[in-house]
Ligand binder design. Structure first.
Ligand code: SAH
Length: 495
């Protein structure tokens, strides 16, 4: 049976500018054929099981010729695969999408097209430039600034000047002087507002603005490179007023998020919404102790406990999985009271319809120990990490509270991409590295190596214990006022 090709526009770079339909197509793909301009953040959304074919570059560093790309699409579809052809921006805006679909149509292969947000509009928008505006532009022209190999640029500059609309040139960085000269010679005023937006919608976005005649010099001064769009017209004058993206408080800040992959989400999103260039690198992961006879035995005796305490979402998960494997459910909890160390552990319980009876005022092990010691009359069951802090159990022991402390998961420090992280640290460094537990510090140090240059960033730590661990490695730290993600984000915002 023949497969199908879905041509998907990946948008200009920001992964959240991929359409809902494009994302769904990507999630169902068996093979993804992609171009150079598709951003790494969008590529990260490709399901791990899908085969990736990069046609943006080859071993010889030349792009794969169009004929060969067409052939790959045909072969993969005819082999019965569900193929996604992923292209930067919109596939039909200087993306050769039409050519590829014609080949499929001719061969009788099924295809569909999912439009994308074109850089012609989005890069301008992120640069604070609306491509039309009632006061100054009633038409929009998107023009390629790329000439065929060896040929001269053939643009009807007179017609463009006469139309008096907004002009957006794609692929025009090399030809910028020729484009500007052509417009001026065709009679456009030298002081017409003009701009370029480089790497639009991406963390390193830069905007360059100047009157038309001065744009080539200004762009050269700033060293503007491809990919960039050139915008010409009155709308460019609005950029100073409307340039929102580059004014975000964390714009230009590069932040490493070290949380385990499945918990990085909210922290990364909050930082990205504030404009930061977030690099996710899970320095630790957790693995349930499985089978866990000690936990099974304790769960059989649950009614004998007065309190059940959790210090992380990973502990909560291990507990539910064990309960389920034993053929039990929430009713097994009976009247046992629930203690959690902080808000996110509390949310992990709430996901199962349970509300914690106790959350310490300060989200850390000593305070949880103290709070439990005050509240407990009967026996306490702690389900936590193998290397859990003794501050918690010390407080219970000191108060004479009986407890069982069972290790239900362990922290694993290996990450196959460690060498990459060290390279990144050495190459550009980070403004901040976020640490959400002492174990993320240990994981980070073991990933980059103890001899790495820790002066290249400030560690943002969620609490005292985490900060203590970082200081052992001479990392300069800032500690959150409260052990919560929002407080960590506040640290990044501090002047
Ligand atoms: N189909 C794409 C355009 C492909 S042509 C789209 O709709 O966006 C490639 C050109 O697109 C580049 O030379 C550059 O001019 C522009 N471009 C693509 N991504 C860009 C980005 N993030 N920022 C600025 N320009 C970009």
């Amino acid at each position: 049976m023949s497969g199908k090709v879905t041509l998907v526009g990946a948008g200009p770079g920001d992964p959240e500018l991929l359409t809902v339909k494009g994302l769904r197509a990507l999630e169902g793909a068996e093979v993804v054929v992609y171009d150079r301009l598709v951003s790494p953040a969008v590529l990260a959304l490709i399901p791990p099981a899908a085969r990736r074919i990069d046609v943006g570059k080859e071993a010889s560093r030349h792009p794969v010729p169009q004929d060969r790309i067409n052939q790959i699409l045909l072969e993969e579809a005819q082999a019965g695969h569900n193929v996604v052809r992923l292209k930067g921006g919109d596939p039909f805006v200087f993306g050769r999408g039409g050519e590829e679909l014609q080949v499929l149509a001719l061969a009788g292969v099924d295809f569909a097209e999912v439009p994308g947000i074109t850089s012609a509009i989005a890069a301008a928008a992120y640069g604070g430039i609306p491509v039309t505006h009632r006061d100054c532009a009633s038409s929009l022209h998107i023009i390629t600034g790329h000439a065929k190999e060896g040929a001269e640029l053939r643009i009807d500059f007179e017609a463009l000047v006469r139309a008096r609309g907004t002009l957006v040139f794609l692929m025009g960085v090399t030809a910028l002087p020729v484009i500007v000269k052509g417009l001026l010679e065709a009679g456009m005023a030298p002081d017409t507002p003009a701009a370029m937006v480089e790497r639009g919608t991406l963390p390193g976005q830069r905007r360059c603005g100047a009157p038309l005649a001065a744009l080539p010099d200004r762009a050269a001064e700033m060293g503007i490179h491809s990919p960039a769009i050139i915008i010409v017209g009155g709308v460019c004058a609005l950029a100073e007023e409307l340039c929102w993206f580059q004014r975000l408080p964390l714009y230009g800040k590069r932040i490493l998020v070290t949380r385990p992959g499945d918990r990085a989400g909210t922290l990364s999103e909050k930082l990205r919404d504030l404009g930061a260039d977030v690099v996710e690198f899970p320095c630790i992961r957790t693995e349930a102790v499985s089978p866990c006879p000690a936990m099974e035995a304790a769960l059989e005796r649950l009614p004998e406990y007065e309190w059940l305490g959790f210090t992380s979402a990973a502990g909560v998960e291990a507990f539910w999985n064990c309960l389920r494997d034993m053929g039990k459910d929430a009713r097994a909890l009976g009247n046992v009271k629930l203690a959690v160390i902080g808000a996110s552990t509390g949310r992990a319980l709430e996901a199962h319809g349970l509300t914690a009876d106790l959350v310490p005022e300060v989200y850390d092990a000593p305070h949880m120990g103290e709070a439990l010691a005050n509240a407990a009359a009967g026996r306490v069951l702690l389900l936590r990490a193998e290397e859990g802090s003794s501050a918690l159990t010390d407080a219970l022991a000191a108060a004479g509270v009986a407890f069982d402390d069972i290790a239900v998961y362990r922290t694993i420090y290996d990450n196959p991409r460690s060498a990459e992280l060290r390279e990144e640290l050495e190459a550009g460094g980070f403004d901040f590295v976020t640490f959400t537990s002492a174990s993320t510090v240990k994981g980070f140090v073991s990933a980059v190596g103890g001899d790495a240059d820790f002066s290249r960033f400030t560690g943002l730590c969620i609490g005292k214990q985490t900060a203590g661990e970082a200081e052992k490695h001479h990392i300069s730290v800032k500690t959150a006022a409260k052990a919560a993600i929002d407080a960590l984000v506040e640290l990044a915002l501090e002047k």
